[in-house]
Design a protein around this ligand. Structure first.
Ligand code: ZN
Length: 151
C-alpha cells in the first residue's frame, strides 16, 4: 500500500465514521462555517474546563475533505489548552501551505509537512489542489471563530 493509498483510507474512514458528532448540551462557544465554493458546512461547539477544551462537537455536511478534516480536528483538539490549539492550528495551516511558502516559515519538513500531526497528516496531499485547501481549512477557520467568541 502506498502512502497515498494510506492517506486516502484515513480520510475515508473519518468521512464515513465522523468522530465527536454528538451535540453538546450547553456549549460555551459555537460557530457555523460555510465554504460556498464547494457547499461545505461545519458547526463547531466547544466546552471548556478552565483553559482546556473538555468537550467538542463538530457536525456538518459536504465533501469528504471538509468533513474528514472536521472529524480529525475534533479528535486533535480535545483535552488541549487554547495555546496548544493555537499552535496546532498554525501547524495545520502551514502544512496546508496557507501562507504559500511551502511551510518554510513554520520550519516544516517540505517532504513531510504533516509529520507529528497524527491523522491530520493524511490531508497534506490536498495542498496540491488550491480549491480543496478551502475545504480542508473550513473546520479550522470555524474553530478559530468559535474560540474568538468565547471568554
Ligand atoms: Zn469541499
Amino acid at each position: 500500500m502506498s502512502l497515498e493509498d494510506l492517506y486516502r483510507e484515513v480520510i475515508l474512514d473519518h468521512y464515513r465514521n465522523p468522530r465527536n458528532r454528538t451535540a453538546l448540551g450547553e456549549p460555551q462557544a459555537h460557530a457555523d462555517g460555510v465554504n460556498p465554493l464547494c457547499g461545505d458546512e461545519v458547526t463547531v461547539e466547544l466546552h471548556f474546563d478552565g483553559n482546556r477544551i473538555d468537550g467538542v462537537s463538530v457536525r456538518g455536511q459536504g465533501c469528504s475533505i471538509s468533513q474528514s478534516s472536521a472529524s480529525m480536528m475534533s479528535e486533535a483538539i480535545k483535552g488541549k489548552t487554547r495555546q496548544e490549539i493555537a499552535d496546532l492550528t498554525r501547524r495545520f495551516k502551514a502544512m496546508m501551505d496557507i501562507e504559500g511558502d511551502g511551510g518554510h516559515t513554520a520550519g516544516l519538513d517540505p517532504e513531510r509537512p504533516g509529520a507529528a500531526l497524527g491523522d491530520l497528516e493524511a490531508l497534506q496531499g490536498v495542498r496540491q489542489y488550491p480549491v480543496r485547501i478551502k475545504c480542508a481549512n473550513l473546520a479550522w477557520t470555524t474553530l478559530e471563530e468559535a474560540l474568538d467568541h468565547s471568554d
